[in-house]
Design a protein around this ligand. Structure first.
Ligand code: ADP
Ligand code: MG
Length: 252
């Protein structure tokens, strides 16, 4: 299981400094193909910065990022799309004044052959087909004609994951997708993420510890820019370092 072929994403000794602050400090992680792998840690631990390094939003000061064994450290986020990486952001990137359907069609437009890229939306057959698949898969059929801005918070986050999956990435990075959600929406989203993990590798940053423990096959714990622990959820929960640095504080 642990051989090089089953690793889809690898960070090697990544560091990122903001002025005097070391936000990410020599972090190495290896993410296995498929399922959900999570990164947890207190606020300010460096989780989002690590994501920005993995997605190419920031260049690291040190270290490397490999996708499927290929060094992508110097590639832009767009460059990484072609290696099958897609990400969602802590802040939404939906078009609020467009319908659910149009958000999905625009996101799916990239699947059209190059010569069709500038076709009007209504003529983009491949995008239309993909958008319909996503509507069904994400239970959004009833709101297909609604403006994205008029959806509930939970539905918006759901649509956002659907938009991110439009191009069928093999690796999906999700930064706190349940932030601000009600309990019901959080549970629905968790189920959805689990399902997405059946045929896509999901790397998830999540604040809700119980949710992470239930969803993930592997958990990385960060604190103060460093990787504190890694392993199966049960092991990580028992780790005294983690208890002290994270659970002690968060669950007190
Ligand atoms: P987390 O996502 O775990 O809450 P972040 O990665 O957002 O943590 O932040 C880690 C540290 O880096 C924090 O101290 C934060 O204030 C700092 N930081 C994050 N982004 C920037 C930035 N663009 N400029 C300066 N400092 C930043
Ligand atoms: Mg964050």
């Amino acid at each position: 299981m642990n051989n090089a072929h089953s690793i889809i994403l690898e960070a090697k000794g990544l560091s990122k400094r903001f002025g005097g602050l070391i936000a990410v400090d020599e972090v190495s992680i290896a993410v296995q193909k498929l399922g959900v792998t999570s990164i947890i840690g207190p606020n300010g631990a460096g989780k989002s910065t690590l994501f920005n390094l993995l997605s190419g939003t920031f260049l690291p000061d040190n270290g490397a990022v490999h996708i499927d064994g290929v060094d992508v450290t110097r590639l832009s986020p767009e460059g990484r799309l072609f290696s099958g990486m897609a990400r969602s952001f802590q802040i939404t990137n939906l078009f609020f004044d467009l319908t659910v359907m149009d958000n999905l069609r625009i996101a799916s437009q990239v699947l059209e052959p190059r010569s069709h890229l500038y076709l009007p939306l209504e003529k983009s057959e491949i995008a239309l087909k993909r958008a319909n698949e996503l509507l069904e898969e994400f239970g959004l059929e009833d709101s297909r004609g609604q403006l994205a801005g008029a959806l509930s918070h939970g539905q918006q986050r759901r649509l956002e994951i659907a938009v991110t999956l439009a191009t069928r990435p093999k690796l999906l990075l999700l930064d706190e997708p349940t932030q601000g959600m009600s309990q019901v929406d959080t549970h629905e989203t968790a189920d959805l993420i689990k399902r997405v993990g059946l045929n896509t590798t999901v790397l998830l940053i999540e604040h809700d510890v119980d949710l992470v423990m239930d969803l993930s096959k592997t958990v990385f714990v960060m604190a103060q820019g460093r990787k504190l622990a890694e392993g199966a959820p049960g092991e990580v929960r028992k780790n005294p370092l983690v208890q002290a640095a994270y659970f002690g504080e968060e669950l007190a």
